[in-house]
Design a protein around this ligand. Structure first.
Ligand SMILES: Cc1ncc(COP(=O)(O)O)c(C=O)c1O
Length: 385
């Protein structure tokens, strides 16, 4: 058994990252300075989008995208229950209503057919999530959006580096949102980004993150101007120069990080495929997942135990497992506000009863990977019916 707890996710910070941050601390700019633009440009190029607009978190970036999509009271946005609450909350921030559609049983991503059934004259946006880093099925979703004049905001917080039918996450939807929380592929502490090919959306995002002001302080200082205009009600959602320097440095390692996650996923899938009572994540053809998470599904009908037993046994082995996600509509806030009782989205709800996320981060050593494989084998064989 492992001596110390292996977390399910963790950042990797090397000496180059430390130096990049120290250099900014010694410079003139702590918040919006030259590193913000540099990071945004490098990020846009990396995902194949024309514009990237940084935000102080993935949640703030989602809020910005909901604003830029034009969501307002009376509007609806269709999203998945199998996600972190922030995906749906951004719709509420704008006074609009999140409408959930159930997921496909294999990927646990939005089922485009179910999305189609939920479209009404009030629908303004669709917000698919690339659950665990497996890209959502965007072609049929974009086709629906085209037909009904909707905006697609991809919550790609799990999917930096993922590919869908030859296209990179961040270059497919009208807007794509990323998070730089420490468990993600690129860490800045807190941080987020929205990418888009549309100049009008990029401009709207920039204003929204800066109090609704039409030009930033640095620009004004460079131009020797004192005048500015607040043209809409925005927020202070700016990402600092310190964070952007770290982001730029982390971005250089994205390729190796992604490759390492893929390697770990392949090791897990090979090791667990024939174990009793477990289902490994499926990967659809023409898709390259980013493997933010590695969620297994515990088939309790084939074991003398349910998910909670397996979860506790793995924690007792010092394997820092987690569960992603409690379906959003089942949280008390959503139940109380919208009257959800459970049973509305059977595929997501059934999956939730089975899910366990195993440790998955690029800094895992071979020993860490082997520890997970050994512990999962031990626990599942123990509970084998
Ligand atoms: C799918 C998804 N959307 C949004 C977020 C919010 O990102 P952040 O934590 O950077 O605010 C997360 C983060 O955990 C997430 O997993």
């Amino acid at each position: 058994m492992r001596k110390t707890l292996l977390p399910y996710g963790r950042q990797s910070i090397d000496e180059d990252d430390v130096q990049a941050v120290v250099d900014v601390l010694r410079s003139d700019w702590l918040t919006t300075g030259p590193k913000v633009g540099e990071f945004e440009e490098a990020f846009a190029a990396r995902v194949g989008a024309k514009y990237a607009v940084s935000f102080s978190s993935g949640t703030a970036a989602l809020h910005g995208a909901a604003f830029a999509a034009g969501l307002k009271p009376g509007d609806e946005a269709i999203t998945t229950p199998m996600t972190f609450a922030a995906t749906a909350n951004c719709v509420l921030y704008q006074g609009a209503t999140p409408v959930f559609a159930d997921v496909s049983a294999d990927t646990l991503n939005l089922d485009p057919e179910k999305v189609g059934e939920r479209i009404t004259p009030r629908t303004r946006a669709i917000i698919p999530v690339d659950y665990a880093g497996h890209p959502a099925d965007q072609d049929p979703i974009l086709a629906l959006a085209e037909r009904h004049g909707l905006i697609v905001v991809e919550d790609a917080c799990h999917a930096l580096g993922a590919e869908y039918h030859g296209r990179r996450a961040g270059s497919i939807a009208h807007m794509s949102v990323f998070s730089f929380h420490p468990v993600k592929h690129l860490a800045t502490g807190e941080g987020g980004m929205v990418t888009t090919d549309r100049a009008d959306l990029a401009e709207s995002l920039r204003r929204f993150r800066n109090h609704g002001i039409s030009s930033d302080a640095r620009q004004r200082q460079a131009e020797g101007q004192w005048y500015y205009e607040m043209v809409l009600l925005g927020f202070n959602y700016r990402l600092t120069d310190v964070a952007c320097a770290l982001g730029l440095s982390q971005l250089k390692k994205l390729g190796t990080n992604r490759a390492r996650r893929r390697e770990i996923a392949a090791r897990y899938s090979a090791a667990f495929r024939d174990l009793p009572g477990v289902q490994v994540p499926s990967v659809r053809p023409n898709v390259n997942p980013a493997w933010h998470l590695y969620p297994i599904r515990v088939k309790s009908e084939r074991l003398n135990a349910d998910r909670a037993h397996v979860f506790r046994a793995l924690r007792a082995e010092n394997i820092g497992v987690n569960v992603h996600y409690i379906p959003v509509h089942l949280h008390p806030y959503y139940r109380d506000r919208f009257g959800y009782r459970g049973g509305e989205f059977p595929v997501a709800e059934a999956a939730y009863e089975q899910l366990i996320s195993l440790p998955m981060f690029h800094g895992m050593t071979e020993e860490d990977v082997q520890d997970v494989i050994t512990a999962v084998g031990k626990v599942l064989n123990h509970y084998c019916a």
